[in-house]
Design a protein around this ligand. Sequence first.
Ligand code: NAD
Length: 260
Amino acid sequence: MLNQKVVLVTGSSSGIGLAIARTLAEQGARIMMHGLEAEAEGNDLAEELATETGAEVRYCSANLMQPSEVERLVDTTIEQFGRLDVLVNNAGIQYTAPVSEFPADKWDAIIAINLSAAFHATRRALPLMARNGWGRIINIASVHGLVASAEKSAYCAAKHGLVGFTKVVAMETAEQGITANCICPGWTDTPLLNDQIARFAEQHGQAVEDARLGLVKAKAPYPEMVQPAAIGALALYLCSDAAKAMTGTALPIDGGWTAH
Ligand code: NAD
């Protein structure tokens, strides 16, 4: 379906980003994978995905804390593939603590990686998409772009910011064949949750498997974690022609969390 379109997925060495990269590669896209891993390790991941899907897959390492690195990542994608059609701003980190105890450096890092990096990448990618008259910006926000949870001040600020930023991009690009949308997952089965699961297990004296379910049930009626592949499928839909009039949205995929 994606017929050689070039896709950059930030943070695709793991979790949701990897699942999105895989789904889009299976549909014929050419993929720039990205992560913090050094080039040698990242190139192995890219080769694995290429073998699995038959797609052209490359890898670029960049620390998205630095705006210049975000720009280098987008520029490298355009240089190596000659185009950029779909930008998935997915890389993100988490840290939990009450506001009064929240370390300032963690706040800065979460805002830089989860929010500002999406701005720097989008800003760099849009002129080319506008020239081509087609583009998709897919921002991986969170239920925490829509509602709050205690101890997640920086994460909620970044994700609410990402939802707002996406709406503005949608307004500015609506006549250029470009759409901009957020996907807002609830608890999703990835390494990002390891610390929170371990803490829940400790607090409730539970085994890790029980804590995973406990964490889910504390927020959402559907009693399972979201699978990363389901987020890949939603990203694929946003790339389709059927979704060309869908822009500026924030789509929950959260087991009913935000229905409360
Ligand atoms: P993950 O930990 O499995 O993957 C995170 C990715 O981000 C990795 O590829 C990592 O290399 C990259 N990354 C982290 N710090 C970086 C940095 N400084 N520079 C460059 N890359 C960096 O996490 P995940 O769960 O797949 O999360 C992906 C996105 O989904 C994040 O934006 C996260 O906030 C969001 N999300 C996750 C969940 C969940 O429950 N897992 C729920 C809602 C939203």
